[in-house]
Design a protein around this ligand. Structure first.
Ligand code: HEM
Ligand code: HEM
Length: 197
């Protein structure tokens, strides 16, 4: 049987909101991290914006597209251990959405950014102004998150070695492999390719 002339393009792995959320979070976190010389509007504004993004992502985790939903990617302990066992042997399966190890990292990053923003906000209150443990919590959490982001990026590069699993490209375009080209009604497919150079 002949293939239908028009195929619907595949839905993206990551919907627009997830992609917007991700790169906005990177920008907000980076801005707050960079502007610490004077803890002013840029630092606090970017920090609060990061927290607002995380809050919106949590809501999206319940109502968003299937791959964005927590119920579809947060692993149980057994699933996580099984995946880690395969990962250590270099035999991990490729997942359409987040893999179980990536999911744990993602949960950590969401919680850590929230903790950073809450501790930062606490530092602006009279009750905690200059409080040493809140300051330490804020800066240690930032250091821990920056270290986790390094691991996160390395893990994404490692996972991208599988053919057709371009994780970073997917977070930009939404697709893990190029979407199927829509055959144009004007394109003839029966002409032999030209060998002229
Ligand atoms: C401040 C820095 C970063 C933070 C806080 C962060 C956080 C996150 C979060 C929360 C997700 C889950 C997305 C979702 O499901 O909504 C995610 C996924 C992802 N991030 Fe980042 N990220 C950071 C930097 C980066 C950078 C620099 C890259 C690439 C160069 C990157 C590549 C990715 C990719 C490819 C995924 C999808 C992973 C998968 O397919 O399982 N991230 N990141
Ligand atoms: C979520 C992203 C955030 C990041 C990456 C971040 C990062 C940092 C870093 C690295 C420092 C240490 C500066 C230094 O000691 O030189 C710092 C300090 C501080 N941050 Fe944030 N921050 C964030 C959010 C916030 C928010 C939302 C607020 C408050 C509205 C805030 C308020 C403060 C204050 C008051 C200090 C000074 C603490 C001190 O005196 O040691 N931060 N932040």
């Amino acid at each position: 049987m002949n293939a239908p002339p028009h195929r619907h393009p595949r839905p993206p792995v990551w919907d627009r909101f997830v992609r917007f959320f991700h790169w906005s979070l990177v920008a907000c976190f980076g801005t707050a991290w960079w502007f610490t010389e004077h803890i002013g509007l840029l630092h606090k504004g970017a920090g609060y914006a990061a927290a607002a993004l995380v809050l919106a992502r949590v809501v999206w985790g319940f109502i968003g597209s299937p791959n964005a939903r927590f119920a579809n990617f947060v692993p149980g302990p057994r699933g996580l251990l099984h995946y880690l066992g395969l990962l250590l042997r270099g035999r991990e399966p490729v997942h359409t959405g987040h893999n179980p190890a990536g999911a744990v990292m993602i949960l950590f990053l969401l919680v850590a950014v929230t903790g950073i923003a809450v501790s930062g906000w606490m530092l602006t209150l009279d009750a905690f102004w200059g409080n040493e443990w809140v300051e330490t919590t804020h800066t240690r959490l930032v250091d821990l998150t920056v270290a986790a982001v390094f691991v996160h990026v390395l893990a994404n590069l490692y996972g991208s070695r599988h053919p057709g699993n371009g994780l970073i490209r997917a977070m930009i375009t939404g697709h893990k492999s190029p979407p199927p080209a829509k055959p144009s009604p004007c394109t003839r497919t029966d002409t032999p390719s030209s060998s002229a150079s």
